[in-house]
Design a binder for this molecule. Structure first.
Ligand code: ADP
Length: 183
């Protein structure tokens, strides 16, 4: 049973690796960024609320994202496992997820820290060209990552849930390292 959380800075390749791995294992890839972008495109109330935060590289408020994740993890396709990509991004969200998984009777997940140096990340994001990938928004997203999200590395390490994978190698090499890390 694979229940995995992907941690790492924007541009670390979380999305790409999570998608490949999820397809391989036949389990859902749950990306909060993808769900929010879909909501934005459809102009749902959630999308309209999230837009201003996303455009600036700020985090969408915890409560909004938490509600979204609770709803998604409650769908029947998660019974065979899941990969979470982009959540949790704050200690509050991590605590919420611990409680939620307890409620769902799902034993604690494994956390992959996809490690990539800052200069490589900026280069990759500038090449990607998504609408929130302008240079100052990228810089802000990295700041937010360092301030709000990187404390989760210690959070999960202390709980013995963490494995670190070097994300600064070819897609195949990262994929191999990941398969090894999750055993
Ligand atoms: P990246 O891969 O560049 O980190 P994502 O696609 O994961 O980007 O997320 C894009 C944006 O969506 C974030 O900058 C943030 O505004 C919002 N977002 C996604 N996940 C979360 C979350 N767990 N908490 C708050 N905001 C989030």
């Amino acid at each position: 049973m694979t229940r995995l959380i992907f941690l790492g800075p924007p541009g670390a390749g979380k999305g790409t690796q999570a998608k490949t791995l999820a397809e391989h294992q036949g389990i859902p890839h749950i990306s909060t960024g993808d769900i929010l972008r879909a909501a934005l495109k459809d102009e749902t109330p959630l999308g309209l609320k999230a837009k201003s935060y996303m455009d600036k590289g700020e985090l969408v408020p915890d409560l909004l994202v938490q509600e979204m994740v609770e709803e998604r993890l409650g769908l029947p396709d998660t019974s065979s496992g899941w990969i979470l990509d982009g959540f949790p991004r704050t200690v509050k969200q991590a605590e919420f997820l611990d409680e939620l998984l307890k409620k769902l009777s799902q034993p604690s997940a494994k956390v992959i820290n996809l490690d990539v140096p800052d200069d490589v990340v900026v280069e990759r994001l500038l090449a990607r060209g998504r609408s929130d990938d302008s240079e100052d928004v990228i810089r802000r997203r990295l700041e937010v990552y360092r301030g709000e999200t990187s404390p989760l590395i210690d959070y999960y390490d202390q709980r013995h849930q963490l494995a670190t994978v070097n994300g600064n190698q070819s897609l195949e090499e990262v994929n191999d390292a990941l398969e090894k890390a999750i055993g």
